[in-house]
Ligand binder design. Structure first.
Ligand code: HEM
Length: 186
């Protein structure tokens, strides 16, 4: 496989770094509901820290994507496969950006936010979104509720799309015998 058929080192690092952080964050977000009570707050605090980190990594990834041409798909992939792959990729970009943003809005609208300052990884003080924290209490309550629901449903959409994304990659790798995973590996 030639270099031109592979993603760059930066793109590979961003792809797998973001994938790992999202996997951890989904586990923390879902797991906090079932964890013993004393663990719940630290788990959610870590979830917020990782989520804000993901936001930065996703911005870096979108900047990479806008400034680099990704390796083209092999010429013999069917047109429907190309369209489907590109659609899923754009939807995944949208979701990995929308998930941290909706989480941040949900958290900024939390009525107890003032008593629980955000600290990334318990070290770096971080801010809530000022245009949300200054809303009237009733509006803030609605924001907290609705953005919590949106955050959860974006999560469900993410699970479905990631499953499709992995299924597509495995189809090319195992059924079509094409070096698909090698494109996103160094
Ligand atoms: C990588 C980005 C993120 C992913 C993939 C993610 C995913 C999730 C998931 C799957 C849940 C569980 C929803 C459920 O109960 O079904 C959740 C809950 C939650 N997330 Fe996120 N999230 C991300 C970023 C953030 C950020 C940046 C914040 C805040 C700064 C945040 C705040 C929250 C809060 C407060 C909850 C509710 C936890 C609870 O009370 O049960 N999330 N998230």
């Amino acid at each position: 496989m030639t270099e031109a058929e592979k993603y760059t080192r930066t793109a590979v690092l961003l792809h797998w770094g973001i994938a790992l952080f999202i996997l951890i964050n989904v586990s923390l977000g879902l797991g906090a509901n079932y964890a013993p009570v004393p663990w719940q707050r630290p788990m959610i605090d870590l979830h917020k820290s990782i989520g804000i980190t993901v936001l930065f990594l996703v911005i870096a990834r979108i900047a990479w994507r806008l400034t680099h041409k990704p390796p083209t798909l092999p010429a013999d992939y069917a047109p429907w496969e190309r369209t489907l792959a590109h659609t899923v990729h754009y939807a995944l970009y949208f979701l990995i950006l929308a998930l941290p943003l909706t989480g941040w809005i949900h958290d900024s609208a939390w009525s107890a936010a003032a008593g629980h300052p955000l600290k990334l990884f318990w070290v770096i003080p971080w801010f809530r979104l000022g245009f949300i924290t200054t809303l009237p209490a009733a509006t803030k309550h609605e924001f907290h509720l609705w953005f919590g629901i949106i955050h959860t449903y974006l999560g469900y959409t993410l699970y479905a799309l990631v499953a499709g994304h992995i299924a597509g990659a495995l189809k090319h790798q195992l059924l079509d015998h094409r070096p698909e995973l090698q494109r996103m590996w160094r």
